[in-house]
Design a protein around this ligand. Structure first.
Ligand code: PRP
Ligand code: MG
Length: 209
C-alpha cells in the first residue's frame, strides 16, 4: 500500500472536500486535484520499458517508455470520477467499466454490468475505486478482472479513502494487489460509511445529493 505523503497541501485539499458545506464546484475541483496526485503515484508503480531517443543535439538519451497495453477500469459510479484525469494524463487510454452497487441494507456489492477492453488479460490495469469501506466492492471488481484473465499483480487500485478494515481484508483476500490511497480513515460507522469520512463520494462528485 502506498499512502500519499501527508503534506500540509494534501491535508488542506482534504479539508476542503471533507467539509459538509463544500459547494459541488469546490468538491469536484479539489477532489480532482487529489485524484491527479493518486493517478500520478499509481503510474509510478507500473512497469516501464527501456527506450532510447535521439535528442535535438544528436545524442542518445537512454530512458524509459510507458508500459504498453495500459487501461483504466472504473467501478461505476464513484470510480467514474477518476476517468477525466486519467484521460488527461494518457491520451486515448481504454477505460473499462464495472457497475457495482452496494446494497443499502446488507452492504453487500452487486455486480450489475461490465464492459472491459478486449485485450485486458495481457495488460496493466489501473482500477479506479475511490472508496474502500468494507472492501466488498473492490474485491468484486478484482474478481471480475480475474475472470477476464487479469492477475492481481497487474492491478493497481487507485483509491481516495480507505478504512483499516478494508485494507486488512484486501491484504488477506487479494494479497497481490497494489494500492495507492490518499487517506486511511479511523474506521466504519454502523452504516458501513467511513469515519471521519467524506460522505457518499459518488453523490457529491456528480451532484446527486
Ligand atoms: C460506494 C462507494 C464504493 C463502495 C465502497 O458505492 O462508491 O464503491 O460503496 O464500499 P465497500 O468497500 O463497503 O464495498 P455505492 O454502491 O454506494 O455506489 P456509487 O459508487 O454509485 O456511489
Ligand atoms: Mg461505488
Amino acid at each position: 500500500m502506498v499512502l500519499l505523503p501527508q503534506t500540509d497541501q494534501l491535508r488542506a485539499l482534504h479539508t476542503v472536500v471533507r467539509d459538509r458545506n463544500a459547494s459541488p464546484r469546490e468538491f469536484t475541483f479539489y477532489s480532482r486535484r487529489i485524484i491527479r496526485l493518486l493517478l500520478e503515484t499509481g503510474m509510478d508503480l507500473l512497469p516501464f520499458e527501456e527506450r532510447e531517443v535521439t535528442t535535438p543535439v544528436g545524442q542518445t538519451y537512454r530512458g524509459l517508455g510507458f508500459a504498453r497495453n495500459l487501461c483504466g477500469v472504473s467501478v461505476v459510479r464513484a470510480g467514474e470520477a477518476m476517468e477525466g484525469e486519467l484521460r488527461d494524463m494518457v491520451p486515448g487510454i481504454g477505460i473499462g467499466k464495472i457497475l457495482i452497487q452496494r446494497d443499502k441494507q446488507t452492504k453487500l456489492p452487486d455486480v450489475l454490468f461490465q464492459s472491459l477492453p478486449v485485450d485486458i488479460a495481457d495488460g496493466q490495469v489501473l482500477l479506479l475505486e475511490p472508496m474502500l469501506a468494507t472492501g466488498g466492492s473492490t474485491l468484486a471488481a478484482v474478481e471480475v478482472l480475474g475472470k477476464a484473465g487479469v492477475t492481481e499483480e497487474n492491478i493497481v487500485l487507485v483509491n481516495f479513502l480507505a478504512s483499516p478494515q478494508g485494507l486488512e481484508r484486501l491484504g488477506r483476500e487479494a494479497p497481490g494487489l497494489r494500492i495507492v490511497t490518499s487517506a486511511v480513515e479511523e474506521g466504519l460507522n454502523e452504516q458501513a460509511f467511513m469515519v471521519p469520512g467524506i460522505g457518499d463520494f459518488g453523490d457529491r462528485f456528480f451532484g446527486t445529493t
